[in-house]
Design a protein around this ligand. Sequence first.
Ligand code: TAP
Length: 504
Amino acid sequence: MNLADIQAAVGLRTPIRHQLFIDGRFVDAESGETQATLNPHDNSVIAEVAMAGHTDVDKAVAAATKAFPAWSRMAAADRGRILLKLADLIEANAEELARLESLDTGHPLRDSRNLDVPRTAACFRYFGGMADKLQGDVVPVEVGFLNYLLREPLGVVGQVVPWNFPLMFTSWKMGPALAAGNTIVLKPAEITPLSTLKIAELMSEAGMPDGVVNIVPGLGSVAGQYIAEHPGIAKIAFTGSTATGRRIVQASAGNLKKVQLELGGKGANIVFDDANLLAAVNGSAWAIFHNQGQACIAGSRLVLHERIADEFLDKFITLAKSIKLGNPLDASTEMGPLTSRMHRDRVLAYVDVAREQGGEVLAGGKGPSASDLANGCYVEPTIVKARSFKDRVAQEEVFGPFVTVLTFKDDAEAMQIANSTDYGLGSGLWTRDLQRAHKMARDMHAGMVWINSYKRVNPGSPFGGVGQSGYGREMGFEAMREYTQVKSVWVNVDAQIPPWYPRA
Ligand code: TAP
């Protein structure tokens, strides 16, 4: 099928964008290189997407550098107005964006429609509103001096985004950076560039000046690495694996870029014996199976009090087995394919890892048998009981619909398990005991803790991790601060300073 036929088949009204977006225009890569982006439902080719090389990144950085003075000096409220308009346009094009996201990533349409698109609009709107709310400060210093602090944008920022929430992450990354007055060179993941390119189109429609936002799809090892190294880029913000995060830190050393990292996780989701069991069963299924488990904050370690473990697992396994797998573009589908074949294989390989260490597969552990899903990247909801919290499947990020079950005897053991990995991103706990809940939240090694819920996000609430999960925060005022630097200005109003060298 050609691109126009694919568009029509999935109900898209507007052209699928597949070129780089530099200085306000869609252009081919200088080298002419392209790479196919695939539909993970059946691995058919959706589009050949231009792949940026070094020259293209150089052009994007030059465009962003040229656009920076005017954008950063524009009245903050006017910058905000463009982001607010963008949020409106995202809502006006909601169905288009939802279908495109489902086609390229495998997110079920009900997720794209109800979560990805509204959250993207909400995040741009939040930062649009915040553009003129970030203020400087006045510091009470010595008599006779005025000392004020300016919060200034950094300049050109590089952003490297992964494939698990490509649409939503455009807003998490670009929203605060733009509101604060920076210009951007963003690389989407090579396997999921389409919704980001659509956002570029909507940005132009919203009135974004040329060069403020540049999108350079390309290989991580080429375009991504070059962005991290680039001397014209003041900061790099990255979401992805801890291994790549480390490479980015090394690559950024050349010009001592500011670095912000949102990396992997191994979320502990602890259910105590006094929890509301039904709420915990449902919340724990959402924690791991939403987005096929491809979330850094997924509740991938299900830590159960041994008194309720059997009853909980009965209900949890029944629920997991009832989840409807299918074509993401079917509105009744509850779980789609993983986003790539390579990643599906990586997730399934962990089933063997679990078995080798004595783990017991309680559900799933394989692709579905339905013939219409045979060519896709599907994995059944998988539940594995591990022997120890030290096992690999209890320590390493699997990043799929794969949950590792562990049990505990008392609060101390629950905490030991929760804090036993090098990661520290999101964690949750289910209990009716108020004191225990707050004590656990205080002592958990994590950037976010959910009590009697899991995986809540909001544009106002700081998002990020500790330890090997990275540093820096997205969302909220914290995110705006991450995209600014403070300048301290001293004014001698009427200070009486005795001369240091009185003879002069
Ligand atoms: P990564 O390699 O971390 O990919 C994430 C992004 O970084 C992609 O855009 C990638 O480009 C880019 N990238 C790769 N190498 C780079 C480099 N040297 N310099 C700059 N950018 C680079 O993740 P992956 O291989 O796709 O997935 C592997 C594992 O990472 C997953 O199984 C999961 O555990 C974890 N992961 C975590 C997250 C979150 S939200 N924390 C997201 C995705 C993956 P390409 O487009 O070429 O890949």
